[in-house]
Design a binder for this molecule. Structure first.
Ligand SMILES: [Zn+2]
Length: 219
């Protein structure tokens, strides 16, 4: 089980994304989807204003992040769906996978936020939470859209079967091109080194043997 609420994040709204619910395909691999809000950033009023706007429009992601201030907010539990995607036919993209963690970064797709951002401890907390669900440091759909008119890969087969990180520009059934031409390697590197998977190491055979006399007591 991964992190459901990120302790470092401010709670936004009432802690329950209206209309969200359980994942449709919890046996499919976990994933994260990156968006940009296309609005202003860098101030407390912009943060609250963006949060209020997303709630009023019913587009809530799980996470709101300001790349200029490292401010982190959370609308709802990571193990339930968010609402920033549209469906791909009968596939409810918001509900695909064990988790589908959606992050709205307060930036514009036209200016890659990784070119000026200041990720700090809250960004590392976000990546820690994402990785806690087993989401690999990988971009299975391939490249992100580099411009509004760029036709980036949006394979339904990849979306259904592969865990990892996606841009909104990689999601089948959707036509947005956010988060723009961000540096995918820098994005994940800013989260710090991933915790290596725990691999059991065989323990050496014990050298100690109980003395015969002790064993005879029958403990
Ligand atoms: Zn988006």
């Amino acid at each position: 089980m991964g992190e459901i609420w990120i302790p470092e994040a401010t709670r936004l709204g009432d802690g329950n994304i209206a209309g969200s619910g359980a994942m449709d395909t919890p046996n499919n691999p976990p994933r994260a989807v990156w968006h940009t809000t296309e609005g202003s950033a860098g101030t407390e009023s912009a943060f609250q204003g963006t949060a209020d706007y997303l709630m009023s429009e019913n587009y809530e992601p799980h996470i709101l992040y300001d790349p200029r201030t490292d401010r982190l907010g959370q609308f709802g539990p990571l193990n339930k769906s968010a609402k920033a995607l549209v469906n791909a036919g009968s596939v409810r993209t918001n509900r695909t996978g064990l988790v589908c963690i959606q992050i709205e970064v307060m930036a514009k797709a036209g200016t890659a936020f990784t070119s000026y951002w200041k990720p700090g401890p809250n960004f590392r907390a976000l990546l820690r939470a994402i990785r806690s669900w087993g989401i690999p440091d990988d971009w299975p759909a391939g490249r992100l859209a580099q411009s509004y008119s760029d036709d980036s890969p949006r394979s339904l087969a990849v979306w259904l079967s592969r865990g990892g990180h996606y841009g909104h520009s990689n999601i089948p059934g959707n036509d947005h091109w956010d988060p723009g031409a961000i540096d995918r390697v820098a994005l994940l590197a800013a989260g710090g080194a991933p915790t290596p998977p725990v691999t059991p190491t065989p323990s050496p055979a014990p050298r100690y043997r109980r003395p015969r006399a002790y064993r005879a007591i029958g403990v």
